[in-house]
Structures are given as C-alpha cells and as structure tokens.
Design a protein. Sequence first.
Length: 291
Amino acid sequence: MIIIPGPASQILGVEIAKLMKDAILSPVSFKTFPDGEIYVRIERELKGEQVVIVQSTYPPQDYHLMQLYQLIDAARGAEAKKITVFVPYLAYSRQDKKFLIGEPLSSKIICNTIENLGANEIFFLDIHSELILNFFTIPAHNLIALELFGKYFKELALSNPLIIAPDKGALKKAQIAAQFMNTECTYIEKTRDRHTGNITIEIKEINVKNRDIILIDDIISTGGTMVKTIEMAKSQGANRIYAACSHPLLIENAKYRILQAGATEIIGTNSVDSECAKISIAPLFVEKFVK
C-alpha cells in the first residue's frame, strides 16, 4: 500500500501512513509555473500497487482540485492497481442541486471528473450533502467525525454542556456527539436567501443559562451563522461557548469575528490545514479503510 499525500494534505497523509501497517509514503513534488499553471509529480513507482491519494480541496478550491485531478491521472498513468481517493473536504459540496434555471450542478461535475480520471473508490469526511454520493458509480463513503468531537469535549470536563446544531436538518448528526457525551442537544431555526446568501436566525428560547455550549456544524466558512448563534447564546446567559466544525475554512476574518462574538475556542479537524485543526481524522480514515 502506497500513501500519496497531496499538497493540500501533506501532514494528514503522513499521519495516515504512520497508522497503516506496511504502508509506504510516496514523496510528491509540486510547484506553480510563472503563468499560474499547476504541476505535480508522484516520485515513486506505482505499477501494480494499491495507492491512497489524500488531498483535501479547501480554498483555493480550484487550485487544490486541479492538483487532485493531476494526482489521480498520474497514478492511473503509472499503472497503479487500485486508486483510492480520500478527499476530507469536498469543494462545491453545497452545490448539490439546481435551484434556479441555468445553474450547473457543480458537485456532479467534480464527481464525474474524479471517477472518469480513474479513481476506484472514494472517501469523504462529513460531506455537506450525502446526495453527492449518488453521483458516483464507484464505491463512495462518507466518514462521520462526530464521535471524535464527542471524545474531545468529554475530556474537557464541561459544566452542564448543551450541544446546539445550526438547523433542524443537522440535529440528527449533532445527536451522535450528544449521545457520546451523555448530554442534551437542540437546534436553531435558520433560513438562507438563495439569491443573496444572507442568513436569518429565528430566536428561540433555549435553556442555556450558566451552561457550556458547543455549537457544532460541518463547515465554518465566513462564520455568519456561528457569530449570530454565539451572540444569541450569550444574551441568554451561556457560560463558555465552543464553535466546532469538521471543516474550519474560516474565510477572511471569520476567526476574529467568532472569537469577538464571545466564543471560547474554535475546534476543527485537520480536513483543512488550519491552526484551529485540533482533531486528527487520520485514525478514523484508517479504521474505516481497513474494514
């Protein structure tokens, strides 16, 4: 087994290789030409080998996607026996359906490209929409990191913790972490304007007074939802507030705004190379992959 760490997931690739018995880590060279074009090279013989390509596609999304495409094509061209791809964060995963006439189905374009290039199996982490898995004919798996969050927060000895999901649709996922921590779970009402992207939160009475709060979501991008929810919880007397997510994109000044609003800490996984990546998903991938 050869592990190929893409440029966007070098450390994660190394962690996975260390955890997998008899796995070999392949060096990958990469650069950007003066005109902006991308170059990657897998520096190991792959003929007849099973390989795992680890490459997340967080911003700059198109840059990391092109690196992923090149790695898959290079592995297929090098006659790898089987190509497994692990894309912890899938770019364009929120574009899983057409809302308006004339829109493309962006996530399907990416899925089709990955499969057509030669991937034999693919894994994601907490994909925003599981509808995307249906765009593949190859085996496609969605790993859930919520128990990892439950374990992390269980070790913090929180005071009467309450887990809050960003909307009703995410409640079922948040309940997994809540069950692991043996605590309560609820959600907020949220609506998003399809044209402007603006988010409106309907204030609902939640018993948060003097409680430690965990706001858990799959993605924190600009942090708009988190900021509003933190302010709501603070106004109702919450104690410590943790902003947790699988994919800490934290675009522009999102980290500053979340902490300024009153968050104690931002906790994410290393699906994104970020200083807020406090939880490694390498053990989760290895466990599910080996099975």
